[in-house]
Design a protein around this ligand. Structure first.
Ligand SMILES: Cc1cc2nc3c(=O)[nH]c(=O)nc-3n(C[C@H](O)[C@H](O)[C@H](O)COP(=O)(O)O)c2cc1C
Length: 384
């Protein structure tokens, strides 16, 4: 589609008059007359007027007979005046605005009042959001979303299964959901879910709604994913896009970074992030961590813990890493229990999971050897 043409000053004036007209009947200083404009924009003069009547405003192009007041100015200066950014007296002194006739007649145009009374517009940060660990209550139900496009066949699964065991040992019901096995259509950004109370256009046509409901019922959600291009796999991003219906379109004014008030009334839900990646350094997760913190803020669900395991693939492909692999997986189980019981993973457990498995130099040599072997001998990637 070619880019849309910008609206002309006439189009903008018409839209402005449409808004003013809605508020005109309630305006106290109504009057019958004509406000004539000569607006200069892009080397052109745009001649138009607003007719004010008993109960409505009308926009017309061209020249009117006997206008009550006339304004000649740059189109942008008129917009500044109309939006209150330009003081009319200052506009006259600086000769940005040139009036003729009864200037006070401009008072017949209402000042646009954008105030609306919205229930639940403000949704302040709860004490739980601020410090979930302090207010921790053991979750009864935990959902682990496995967002590896390789589902149960990926390395992510190896970490999840141990974590799930630990969660279950702590007494919570835990369910793992394989995102890639579900049919979830791509969010088209149609805003149906925000405008119509009855939800998304795809409800009943794919598996999302059932998942959405399940997630809303869970006390804790663990997002488990392989790092893809420094971020999350697209199936998970799409899941978050489709989850935008968790919040209202309105905006809360209580936080430094704007967000929407929650529509799903769950105030004590928490989330945790488990991610693995191919490269060896922990810094690889920096962007993902920032993204998840933003998601936590936007959804009002505190991100209580992050577990990052870099070099994950090679943990399973190099016999020399067997000791580290054993220790890491055992501690994943421990992490599941600690997380469920306290909302935190102890420093020792995390240190074991996120331990450095080799020097950078060795890691590079070993990885290159691995891929060279796969390519030269055309070996299957799961062949280890
Ligand atoms: C498309 C794609 C993109 C990837 N991007 C990154 C990356 O940016 N950084 C990284 O360290 N690893 C990256 N990886 C490696 C995976 O994170 C790693 O192999 C992980 O263990 C795969 O988990 P899985 O077997 O559960 O799918 C990428 C892998 C794929 C397939």
């Amino acid at each position: 589609m070619p880019p849309k043409e910008l609206k002309s000053p006439y189009g903008i004036m018409q839209s402005m008059v449409d808004i003013l007209d809605e508020q005109y009947p309630a305006h106290k200083e109504k009057g019958t007359g004509i406000i004539q404009f000569y607006l200069f924009h892009k080397n052109q003069e745009w001649v138009c007027y607003i007719k004010t009547g008993e109960n409505r405003l009308e926009f017309c192009t061209g020249r009117a007979d006997n206008p009550t007041v006339t304004l000649r100015c740059d189109f942008f200066h008129w917009l500044d005046l109309a939006s209150g950014k330009l003081n009319p007296v200052w506009g006259m002194i600086t000769q940005k605005l040139r009036f003729q006739g009864q200037t006070s007649f401009f008072k017949t145009l209402p000042k646009v009042d954008f105030n609306v009374n919205i229930k639940d517009k403000d949704d302040p940060c709860t004490a739980f959001e601020k410090n979930a660990t302090k207010k921790w209550q053991r979750p009864q139900s935990v959902i682990i979303i496995n967002a590896s496009p390789r589902s149960g066949n990926g390395y992510t699964e190896q970490f999840i299964s141990r974590l799930a065991e630990g969660i279950s040992d702590a007494g919570a019901n835990v369910e793992e959901i394989y995102l890639s096995k579900l049919k979830i259509k791509t969010c088209t950004g149609c805003w149906h879910c925000w405008i119509k109370e009855n939800g998304c256009v795809f409800d009943g046509k794919d598996d999302f709604y059932e998942l959405f409901e399940k997630v809303n019922r869970a006390d804790m959600i663990v997002y488990a994913l392989p790092l893809y291009v420094d971020g999350m796999p697209s199936i998970l991003k799409n899941y978050f896009d489709r989850s935008v219906r968790r919040v209202y379109p309105y905006i809360c004014s209580d936080t430094k970074k704007m967000r929407h008030p929650r529509r799903i009334d769950r105030k004590n839900q928490a989330m945790a992030l488990l991610s693995i990646c191919g490269f060896q350094e922990k810094i690889q997760f920096k962007v993902l961590g920032m993204h998840f913190r933003a998601i936590a803020h936007n959804t009002h669900i505190p991100l209580i813990e992050t577990i990052y395991r870099s070099g994950a693939m090679f943990l399973f492909n190099n016999p020399f890493f067997y000791k580290a692999q054993t220790e890491i997986l055992e501690n994943m189980k421990k992490a599941g229990t600690e997380l469920t019981l306290t909302g935190k993973i102890s420093r020792q457990t995390k240190k074991k999971i996120e331990q450095k498995i080799s020097s950078k130099k060795e890691f590079v040599k070993m990885t290159n050897y691995f891929w060279f072997d796969k390519i030269t001998n055309q070996k299957d990637i799961n062949d280890y």
